[in-house]
Design a protein around this ligand. Sequence first.
Ligand code: HEM
Length: 407
Amino acid sequence: MIRRTSATASGPSRRGFLTGSAAAAGVVVGAAGGATVARAAEPEATTDTTGLNGARTASFHGAHQAGVTSSPGAHGTFVTFDLVEGSTRDDLRRLMRLWTDDARRLMAGDGALADTEPELASAPAGLTITVGWGRAAALLADESQVPSWLGPLPAFSIDALEDRWSDGDLLVMIHADDPTTVSHATRMIVKDATSLATERWRQTGFRQAYGSHASGTTMRNLFGQVDGTTNPPTAADEFAARVWIEDGWLAGGTSLVLRRIRMDMATWDEADRVGRENAMGRTLDTGAPLTGTAEHDEPDFEAVNERGFPIISDVAHIRRARPDDPSRRIVRLAYNYDEPARGGDDAEVGLLFGSLQADVDAQFVPIQERLAEADLLNVWTTPVGSAVFAILPGCAEDGFLGDTLLA
Ligand code: HEM
């Protein structure tokens, strides 16, 4: 329970200040005639612990990395690195051991080794630290075992990619419900990479805050759309079928395509609600398909209106994004971003669009090709960054991330 202080009990009232009643406001007049507010006016600290989420931990060890299997934290940082020139396989192993140790400790709510601010680790708030390799890291580990999909995507006609948001030899994804926790964990990861890898880019985003909606509520993106409806729950067989790689050194791992997609709010403002809903094929209030009434109703792509036109447009985002073959579907991991104008760059709003799948070429690429060819959403969205990573399998208590190839 939050305890409130009243003017008469222990603190000043707003009225006391406004009427200049120094005594009522707890103001003491100093010897030099200046006024200072007495300490007694401060409200008492609350000891209410209901609803606290800081102590929640995700488990580090297992067949899969926790950042893929747990629901994404409210705050997310994606940081990539380039290996320093002349890096060896041993250097990569050393870095993986360091990051494994960092992730293991920080996710448990402990400071990293030689952490100079261990207090900042004490509220993990569901922290997950997830490591992935770009093509160069996989080549360094074993050039005979690099998946064919690991590397830059084919060029799409809608792309306006910038180097500063693209590619990278290594990725670390840091997610938690507390931005201080994310910041501290990122600092530790970056610090421990010194001399082995240099930071290439960092992107930060957010989803709905912990506690502002019932758990399980689908997030909204900054167009106001309910975004993520068709993702299966992480424990479902369907999630496993879409996401996990089954064979070889990446068994239990997956792949991540991360696209930075700018959303043009000025032109979005020009579209009315009907136009906005038509572009998606879903309503804005509940996220239900235009042919249904509830968020999770199956869209009816065959339904037509009284004039014989499809209710869900032929070029609506959800029609174009749905593969005919269910085994080609992806799982999406989205974070909103909202950057102020800075250093000559305009303000920018958008989506850090992550796509998880067992095979980038078989799942992500055909969907993105179809969307590039025709998708009403393209009017307002532009991909400005792109990167592909192999997300490593999880590791055992005596192992380290990447040990299936580096041990
Ligand atoms: C800023 C860009 C984008 C926005 C705002 C956006 C938004 C949405 C929304 C609101 C939905 C409907 C609800 C849901 O099922 O989650 C959706 C569905 C979907 N989106 Fe996007 N999306 C974007 C980019 C992309 C990209 C780049 C891809 C893949 C290349 C993609 C693939 C999908 C898929 C596969 C679905 C589910 C379709 C279905 O089977 O019903 N989206 N998106």
